[in-house]
Design a protein around this ligand. Sequence first.
Ligand SMILES: Nc1nc2c(ncn2[C@@H]2O[C@H](COP(=O)(O)OP(=O)(O)OP(=O)(O)O)[C@@H](O)[C@H]2O)c(=O)[nH]1
Ligand SMILES: [Mg+2]
Length: 409
Amino acid sequence: MFESLKKKFSNTANKLIKKVSDEAKEDNNIEEKSLNEIKEPTNLDSDESLKTEESNVDEKEITSKDEISDGSEISDDSEISEKKSSFRKWIPSFKKKKETKEDVSSTDEDVLVEKKSKSSFFSFIKEKTISQKDLKDILWELELGLLEGDVAIDVANIVVESVKDDLVGTKIRRSDEIADVTYNALKNAISKIIDVDGKKMTKMLEEAKEKREPLVVMFVGINGTGKTTTIAKLANYYLKKDYTPVVAASDTFRAGAIEQITHHTDNLEIKVIKHQKGSDPAAVAYDAIEHAKAKGKELVLIDTAGRMQTNTNLMDEMKKIKRVAKPDIIIFVGDALTGNDAVEQATKFNDVIDIDGVILTKADADSKGGASLSISHIIQKPIMFLGMGQGYDDIIEYDPNWMLEQLFS
Ligand SMILES: Nc1nc2c(ncn2[C@@H]2O[C@H](COP(=O)(O)OP(=O)(O)OP(=O)(O)O)[C@@H](O)[C@H]2O)c(=O)[nH]1
Ligand SMILES: [Mg+2]
C-alpha cells in the first residue's frame, strides 16, 4: 500500500536537499562531512588504516585551507597537523562517494542525492532558512504526485499548503536535517486529513450489548465493491469477539446473490435470513432484526444489492430499507482501487442516505492509496475498516496511526 506516494514523498525530500545544498554551494555557505565518519570514528583511528588512506591522498588537498573549511584560520603547524588528522578520518567516506558518483549515471540524480543524504551531509556555515522560492517547484511536483496517486484535488491542496506553512522559515544547519523537517511537515499534513471523528462499530456494539438490543448495520455501495465479502469478514471478526451475528440477505435483486451470502454464512455457521429472489429487501432486513431480538443476537448485518448512484429507482429502494430497518450504522463500501471514483460515489451515497462511515476494500492491491487518504476528509465521515484480501481474516479496524506508519515507516 502507498508505494507510489512513498516514492513521491522521498522525491520531495531529496529535491529539497539538492535545491538547498546547490544554493548554499553557490553562496559558499557549505562544508561537506560524512555521517559514517561521525558515527564510526573509532574504526578509522588505527595508525595502520590512516597510513593506507594517507597514501591515496594528494598532500595539496589536505593542506589547502579551502578544503578544510570550517570558517577558522589555520594559524600554526600543530593546528595544520590536527586538521590533517581529522581530515584523514573523512577520507574513506570521500572515497566511497567518489565510487558512488562513477557508478551512477547523470540521469539518476535523485538516486545519487538519496545515497549522498544517507552517507554524508552538508554543514551550512551560516544557518540556512527555507524560503518560499526554494519550495515553489518542489511543491508543484508534490501536488502533481499526489494527484497522480489519486488523491482528491482538495486534499492535495490542503497537504501542499500545510507542508508549505510548516517548511517556509524553517532554519537548518545541516543538509541531513532537511529530510527530517520535510517528512515531519508531510506527516503533519497527512495526519490533519486522515483522522475524522465519528461512530465506532466495536464501541457501539459493546454499548448495544449492555442494552440487550441488536446493533443493526446496513452496507451500501455500487456493484462489486466487496459488500458481501466484507459482511462475511465482519461476521467472522465479531464472532471471534464472542458476538453472535445474523445476516439479512437483502440483495434480492442480483442473480446468485442469495446463494453467495448463504455460502459464507454456512462456512461461518451463522444464521442468514432470506426470502425469494425479487422479494422486498426491506422486509428481509425487518425479519432479520426481529430474529436477532427474539434470539438475543447482538449484531444484524444487512447485505444490499449493488447500485449505481445514478439509478434513482434503486437509490429510492435503498432509502426504503433505511426507513424500515432504522440501522444504527450505514456503511458505504468502496473499492480502494477506483481512487477518485470511490470518493465521488461515497459523496453521492452520503447525500442520498447520510452514511456513517466507510469501508475501503482491496486495499491489499492498492499501490496508490489516494482513496484511503481522501475519502474521509471529503465526506467528513471516518473510514471504519480496510479490506486487505479475500479471506475472512483479511480485514483490519482502521487506525490513522497505522496509516501514518504505512506512509512514513
Ligand atoms: N483483493 C481483495 N479482493 C476483495 C476484497 N474484498 C472483496 N474482494 C473481492 O471482490 C469481489 C467482489 O466482492 P463481493 O463481495 O461479491 O462484492 P459486492 O459489493 O457484494 O458485489 P455486488 O453484490 O455484485 O454488488 C470478490 O471477488 C471478492 O473476493 C479485498 O479486500 N481484497
Ligand atoms: Mg453482494
